[in-house]
Design a protein around this ligand. Structure first.
Ligand code: UT7
Length: 321
């Protein structure tokens, strides 16, 4: 039997941290107290104008490849989860492949599932590997959400940031990903969206992120609890045996409510959003990599990754690390 295991992780946050007080100094009508109490976010990173998602992804990917002890040429599949690609096309994954110096490589494509994107990409890569068609995949979440923020909308612009995280997922005789589940319900699309398109060389409609925060909050808590239980049940595993819950890093209150529903104490939840905010598809692999590099997460630990995002989409993965 072929399984898929995480062999290495990497991440990248661009530039210097931008604190909540820095946002106030930039003229946003907000306060550190409001942002911290409502979201748990203290600072975020914003990519320079000449950096695209593929540039952030490349650095995260190089770090994951180094951690996995392999070479770029060993990668035969690249999947990038992003809602903020460099271009309409080619895909960010194809650009990352080129920036890693891989020529005549395997498949490279993007997945667009907003904040659930990394879980979607990981689950797709796992299926490629388990089918035997690919041996070593680079799975990346990379975003420059600062490009789609309306900086005059204080209800959204203070919550998001830029970054990238990556894993190398490789074929193994030992189980790594034990179960995964993906879901979507497009009827909820109006509560979190960027309702613009491109035609005739112009953006048609609204190019900025729009969100009904309270509706998103309620939806997120419900589906995150449900989908985490779904993967635990699928593998016959109790929540009490999880070493780490690594949720999408959107809002500390959503994370606390989800952990409570699952009966997982906050001491076993990885939270990194305080210093990078909501980086959408990048947030889960960013948190995962930080947990590895700070040695919270060790080989043999059992973890649940879970995410929810625009679409609406949601998903989870139960993994032996
Ligand atoms: O990947 C999923 C991404 N989305 C999320 O995670 C968002 C989930 N939702 C939330 O986390 C919360 O709904 C928010 C943090 C977005 C908002 O918190 P809330 O407790 O739902 O606040 P609210 O939208 O009901 O606004 C309360 C007040 C309003 O003032 P009034 O009308 O009561 O006078 C807002 O105008 O807070 C005001 N407000 C702000 N004040 C200072 C909204 N944004 C800000 C701000 N600074 N940045």
């Amino acid at each position: 039997m072929i399984y898929a295991r995480i062999a290495g992780t990497g991440s990248f946050l661009p530039g210097e941290p931008v604190s909540n007080d820095d946002l106030v100094k930039r003229g946003i009508d907000t306060s550190d107290e409001w942002i911290v109490s409502r979201s748990g976010i203290r600072s975020r990173h914003l990519a320079a104008a000449d950096m695209g998602a593929s540039d952030l992804a490349r650095v995260a990917a190089e770090r994951a490849i180094e951690a996995a002890g392999c070479e770029p040429e060993d990668i035969d599949l690249i999947i990038v989860a992003t809602s903020t690609p460099d271009y309409i096309f080619p895909s960010t994954a194809a650009l990352v492949q080129s920036k890693l110096g891989i020529r005549n490589g395997g498949a490279a494509f993007d997945v667009q599932a907003v904040c659930s994107g990394f879980i979607y990409a990981l689950s797709v890569a796992e299926k490629f590997i388990r089918s035997g068609s690919n041996k070593r995949a680079l799975v990346i979440g990379a975003e420059v959400f600062s490009r789609i923020l309306d900086w005059s909308d204080r209800g959204t612009c203070v919550l998001f940031g830029d970054g990238a995280g990556a894993v190398v997922l490789e074929a193994s005789e030992r189980p790594g990903i034990l179960a995964s589940a993906l879901h979507a319900d497009g009827s909820h699309h109006p509560i979190l969206c960027v309702p613009g398109g491109v035609a005739s060389g112009q953006v048609i409609g609204d190019p900025f992120l729009r969100m009904d925060g309270q509706a998103v909050f309620k939806f997120a808590v419900k589906v995150l609890g449900d989908v985490a239980n779904e993967v635990l049940d699928a593998a016959g595993v109790q929540a009490s045996s999880i070493d780490w819950l690594i949720p999408h890093q959107a809002n500390i209150r959503i994370i606390q409510a989800t952990a409570k529903r699952l009966g997982v104490p906050m001491e076993r939840v990885v939270t990194t959003l305080d210093h990078h905010g909501n980086t959408s598809a990048a947030s889960i692999p960013l948190a995962l990599d930080e947990a590895v590099r700070t040695r919270l997460l060790r080989p043999g630990h059992r973890i649940v990754l879970e995410g929810v995002g625009g679409g609406f989409t949601w998903g989870a993965a139960l993994i032996d690390f």
